[in-house]
Design a binder for this molecule. Structure first.
Ligand code: SAM
Length: 232
């Protein structure tokens, strides 16, 4: 079926229209029930994501969901939970939406949205848990990291008490920095951490993400893992 691209579509992503688009840019239109790209539409759902899912189940958030390997498996294992997943890259969004549709999953939505804009589209205490797998460690520009002190100001507002933040990374420095940071915060407690997830007591239940599989194949790097609970 031919895809109809609205004239103003480019405005959502670029400052001016382009001659040629990466084919995945317009392909996101093939998944209207799964991929959201219109900021106004997302902002209107702030505090109402359960209504969008059509149920009262908890809503978890994944930041940087890539091509949806982790989200798909989580949604299959937990049909009684909803998953909001943020991702910026068009190809990865399309691959993730395809998995979602092929598995007939109704409990995932992918948002083409920056984590830095969460305040605009996620309501107070709307989120039950947060998953951040293999975020960019920004070695040269630490202030660009997703998890830094200011991130906990956001989670103070959106994350329910007893909710957890789950972090995985191949970057040892990022892992250690987060452990040190959380020690200074009285509202958060590290409930579990390991510098070697694949040889830890929770290895059996771990869902390997796309990047995790890639790192394993390439260089057998140890994978760091942290679970942080919001206690007040
Ligand atoms: C290294 S990849 C990891 C993907 C996936 N979590 C995995 O483990 O396979 C990081 C992903 O985060 C996305 N990303 C980077 N910065 C982001 C931001 N500010 N907001 C939302 N997503 C972001 C990137 O597009 C990329 O797909």
């Amino acid at each position: 079926m031919e895809r109809i691209v609205p004239d103003s579509f480019w405005m959502h992503f670029f400052s001016r229209p382009k001659k040629n688009y990466n084919p995945y840019v317009t392909m996101i239109l093939d998944y209207p029930e799964i991929i959201f790209y219109d900021k106004k539409q997302m902002d209107a759902l702030r505090g109402k994501w359960r209504e969008e899912f059509g149920n009262d189940n908890p809503v978890a958030l994944e930041i940087g969901s890539g091509s949806g390997v982790f989200a798909k498996e989580m949604a299959l294992r937990h049909p009684d939970r909803n998953f909001l997943c943020l991702e910026l890259r068009f190809k990865r969004l399309c691959l993730a939406a395809k998995k979602t549709r092929n598995n007939n999953l109704r409990n995932i939505r992918f948002l083409r949205r920056r984590a830095e804009e969460i305040d605009d589209f996620i309501g107070d205490l709307e989120i039950s848990d947060i998953y951040i797998n293999f975020p960019d460690p920004w070695e040269e520009k630490l202030k660009n990291r997703i998890i830094q002190e200011s991130f906990f100001t956001v989670t103070d507002r959106i994350l329910q008490t007893s909710g957890r933040i789950y972090f995985k990374s191949d970057h040892d420095g990022y892992y250690q920095d987060i452990l040190r940071l959380v020690e200074r915060l009285d509202r958060y407690v590290v409930r579990y951490h390991t510098p070697d997830l694949h040889n830890s007591s929770i290895r059996e239940t771990n869902i390997k993400t796309e990047f995790e599989l890639l790192f394993l194949c390439k260089h057998q790097k140890n994978i760091n893992y942290i679970e942080i609970e919001k206690v007040k």
